[in-house]
Design a protein around this ligand. Structure first.
Ligand SMILES: Cc1ncc(COP(=O)(O)O)c(C=O)c1O
Length: 430
């Protein structure tokens, strides 16, 4: 971790953060469900709708402008993920729909008895699309967690991978408890067995740098609305895979990569908004560049790719500071239980994003989220579609847990206020 870093100056780029309830600024801790958008996103989307609104591939100005915007967004996203080529970036409505489309396509190439590995830790969007292939006789194996700190059991993963494994579907970070998985190691294990990896990076993307080439992942999916952009799904796939698997498409549509995977008319204003999100992160990276001038991890990157890596490293470093403040404060609250890594040693902070699931004895998570909401503190309760995990933790059917989901525009002052409200709520119940 670098020396103390303060990103509070970037709050001014988010108009929603100006909102107040009862004279107090709203605290947006619902970020794992969707972040607020930067001003650059709002401007790019309205500009598109005002000046370039059209369908793609026409001969006239607005259509050509639309084609340019899609190409620019693809390049921006390739830079964000350090993909080799913009042709490896596919847009879609959201991560879930993209994953269902690809599981169906990949499923066409599988035989009965082939195996796919999923995990207990994952959001159901990276489980259900693979379970659907059981209809074809595909065997699904589910990797367990270490329940004491809710980290993935890599030993179990290793034991479940075998010569029949065709794909390993795993999350980069848990949207429920914040655990970061060792994607590089998991990819090596999968590849050693001849299997592909499908990485759900929806929850990780707003919290840290991603390099699909360094990780050597086959597929990686994320959603712009979780990293300060609009509602839009994005898939990275190695070019040979995008060419090889059979896409479900209408006959007149292009069979070229990546367009063959983009069924129907895309959300063009969302694609334009994605450029705004990448512009915002690039600006953050440019402004933080001096802090990271000597950071060896960033040496391989140049130009905008470097600025984006700086931005995401700065965000990761800042968020670790937030976790280091939040976790001990939560541990002091009577009856509060954290599900996941709760320690603040550097190696523990490095294994989580600041997404914390907790319960307080005697309080239903829905009642806690409601009480927080009434005080202008927005947070989710429930299972957040991390169904397998909530079942494994014994929380499913009991209201799940309260989720405190921070990102880089949250502040130490917000943490103090939320901790004091939770103290008050915990005391009121006992
Ligand atoms: C980890 C994770 N994966 C997948 C999804 C589904 O993403 P989308 O809404 O883009 O389908 C979410 C949404 O909450 C998520 O947090």
């Amino acid at each position: 971790m670098t020396a103390h870093i303060d990103l509070s100056a970037y709050r001014r780029y988010f108009p929603a953060l100006q909102r107040e309830i009862n004279g107090q600024p709203v605290i947006y801790w619902d970020n794992p469900g969707g972040t607020q958008v930067a001003q650059q996103v709002i401007e790019a989307m309205t500009r598109y709708l005002r000046e370039a609104n059209a369908n793609a591939h026409g001969t006239f100005f607005t259509s050509q402008r639309t084609d340019e915007i899609i190409a620019t967004a693809r390049q921006a996203m390739a830079d964000f993920l350090n993909a080799a080529s913009p042709a490896e970036i596919v847009f879609g409505p959201n991560m879930t729909t993209l994953t269902f489309a690809f599981s169906r396509a990949i499923g066409q190439t599988l035989q009965a008895g082939d195996e796919i590995i999923v995990t207990v830790l994952d959001h159901d969007a990276n489980v259900a699309p693979w379970l659907a292939l059981q209809e074809r006789g595909v065997v699904i194996r589910t990797v367990d967690i270490h329940p004491e700190n809710v980290t993935l059991n890599l030993q179990d993963l290793q034991e479940k991978i075998n010569e029949r494994t065709r794909l390993v579907a795993v999350g980069y970070a848990s949207n429920a408890v914040g655990t970061i998985n060792d994607v590089q190691r998991i990819t090596q294990l999968a590849h050693a067995a001849g299997a592909l990896v499908w990485i759900d990076a929806v929850q990780y993307a707003p919290h840290g740098p991603i390099d699909v080439q360094a990780l050597d992942v086959d597929f990686l999916v994320c959603s712009a609305y979780k990293f300060f952009g609009p509602h839009l799904g994005i898939l990275y796939g190695k070019r040979q895979h995008l060419e090889h698997f059979p896409a479900y498409k209408v006959r007149p549509a292009s069979n070229a990569v990546p367009e063959r995977w983009e069924t129907g008319t895309q959300n063009h204003e969302g694609v334009a908004g994605l450029i705004g999100a990448i512009d915002y992160l690039t600006l953050l990276g440019e402004k933080q560049a001096a802090h990271y001038a000597a950071d060896p991890r960033l040496c391989p990157y140049q130009g905008r790719r470097r600025s984006l890596k700086v931005a995401m490293q700065a965000i990761s470093d800042y968020e670790r500071q937030l976790s280091a403040q939040l976790l001990p404060g939560l541990r002091e609250i009577k009856g509060l239980r954290i599900y996941g890594i709760s320690g603040t040693a550097p190696d523990e902070l490095a294994q989580r994003v600041p997404t914390v699931a907790c319960t307080i004895n005697g309080h239903h998570p829905r009642a806690l989220a409601t009480a927080l909401g009434e005080r202008g503190i927005f947070a989710w309760d429930g299972n957040y579609y991390a169904l397998g995990l909530m079942e494994r933790l014994g929380l499913e059917g009991r209201g799940g847990a309260l989720r405190l989901g921070l990102c880089h525009y949250n502040t130490p002052a917000e943490i103090e206020r939320v901790l004091s409200v939770l103290q008050e709520l915990a005391g009121a119940g006992n």
